[in-house]
Design a protein around this ligand. Structure first.
Ligand SMILES: [Zn+2]
Length: 217
């Protein structure tokens, strides 16, 4: 999980969001239930496309690329049920409360119900709360601990195998870097290594800490 900045929606998207908020708010103000067809309107293709760009095509929680064989699920950072309970329609549809995650993270998050709030990649700095040693994730704060336990980031075999595969590739590249004598080739290898730890890359937090341990960052 990395810190993410929100992109700015265009006017068409904003108008669509505001229209839904206004319609749902009127219903909540009369103490009635919002119909399901209106509730589902947060899932709006142009907004989803914007958020996919915003998250660099990765699950915001586990950093697995979601552009390949699945499109990812739109996810309410703060559960929409919390907003409904407080008669506030804004968080159901607003861009600021929506993100994208993989179906595994989404299922685990849904199973938590509405009582637990997790770290937000938009308002918190996840890098202060969690870190990696190899493919194993650890926490440095209680919020980090809650995130790891809730999404089971420390015991998901598929995830750990994928991170390991990436680190193994990096390890080979580090070996090439260490043994290369041509300074120009060495600089090119280092550039490639550093590229892998950029926020938009898959499993970038694990990569970042891996390169840090090898004193390349
Ligand atoms: Zn995920």
């Amino acid at each position: 999980m990395r810190r993410i900045n929100k992109l700015t929606p265009d006017q068409v998207i904003l108008d669509y969001i505001n229209e839904n908020i206004s319609e749902a708010q009127k219903i909540l103000d009369t103490n009635s239930a919002i119909p399901n067809d209106l509730l589902r309107k947060y899932n709006y293709a142009p907004l989803k496309e914007l958020i996919i760009r915003e998250v660099s095509g990765k699950c915001v929680y586990c950093e697995t690329k979601i552009m390949g064989n699945q499109f990812g699920d739109l996810d309410h950072v703060i559960p929409k049920a919390k907003f409904i309970a407080s008669h506030d329609a804004s968080g159901i549809f607003s861009h600021r409360n929506l993100t994208i995650c993989c179906s595994v993270c989404n299922n685990k998050k849904s199973n938590l119900g509405t009582t637990i709030s997790l770290l937000s990649p938009y308002t918190n700095k996840p890098e202060h709360h969690i870190y990696y040693v190899g493919s194993q994730i650890y926490y440095s704060t209680p919020e980090g601990k809650k995130l790891i336990l809730a999404l089971e980031l420390d015991i998901r075999d598929d995830l750990i195998v994928n991170i390991n595969k990436k680190l193994k590739e990096l390890h080979n590249l580090i070996y090439q870097f260490d043994t290369e004598r041509d300074p120009e080739v060495k600089a090119l290898i280092k550039k490639r290594l550093l590229r892998e730890s950029k926020k938009e890359m898959e499993y970038s937090l694990a990569t970042f800490h891996f390169l840090k341990i090898h004193k390349l960052i």
